[in-house]
Design a protein around this ligand. Structure first.
Ligand code: IDP
Ligand code: MG
Length: 133
């Protein structure tokens, strides 16, 4: 069964909407198969976002993702990668489709509440980063 890595980012945890966010995935018939909560350290954050290390927003992104606890989840289901990306909505909340998590809860293009893997390869890579055991 397909698996994807989701992060409820620090702004999502700070807004007290972990439960609301998880509900979106469960309502879509997806299964939460692993869940952790931790304050990410810089090394893990940098590995997770290594493909963005040349972007203008990279420093802000690392600072944001490490500032307070986040929730990491492995979510399983048929077509889970695409389904979760759709539920999350576009990166920029202004462009996010109505009813998506980012449309409802994201504050800005950086502080957009959730992360989800964008391919089978990144799901495998990201699950190994956040769930090394
Ligand atoms: P994604 O999270 O929708 O896959 P990516 O392009 O992979 O979006 O970017 C990773 C994260 O970096 C975004 O979720 C957001 O937090 C941040 N980000 C992306 N683009 C920008 C930008 O133009 N300005 C500031 N932050 C950005
Ligand atoms: Mg991405």
């Amino acid at each position: 069964m397909e698996r994807t890595l989701v992060l409820i980012k620090p702004d999502g945890v700070e807004q007290n909407i972990i439960g609301k966010i998880i509900n979106f995935y469960e309502e879509a018939g997806l299964k939460i198969v692993a869940l952790r909560m931790e304050k990410a350290n810089e090394e893990v954050a940098m590995r997770h976002y290594e493909q963005h290390n040349d972007k203008f927003f990279y420093q802000d992104l690392i600072k944001y993702i490490t500032r307070s606890p986040l929730c990491s989840l492995i979510i399983e289901g048929e077509g889970a990668i695409e389904k979760v990306r759709k539920i999350n909505g576009s990166t920029n909340p202004i462009k996010a489709e109505k009813g998506t998590i980012r449309n409802l809860f994201a504050k800005s293009v950086t502080e957009n509440c959730v992360h989800a893997s964008d391919s089978l390869e990144s799901a495998e890579r990201e699950i190994a980063i956040w769930f090394p055991n």
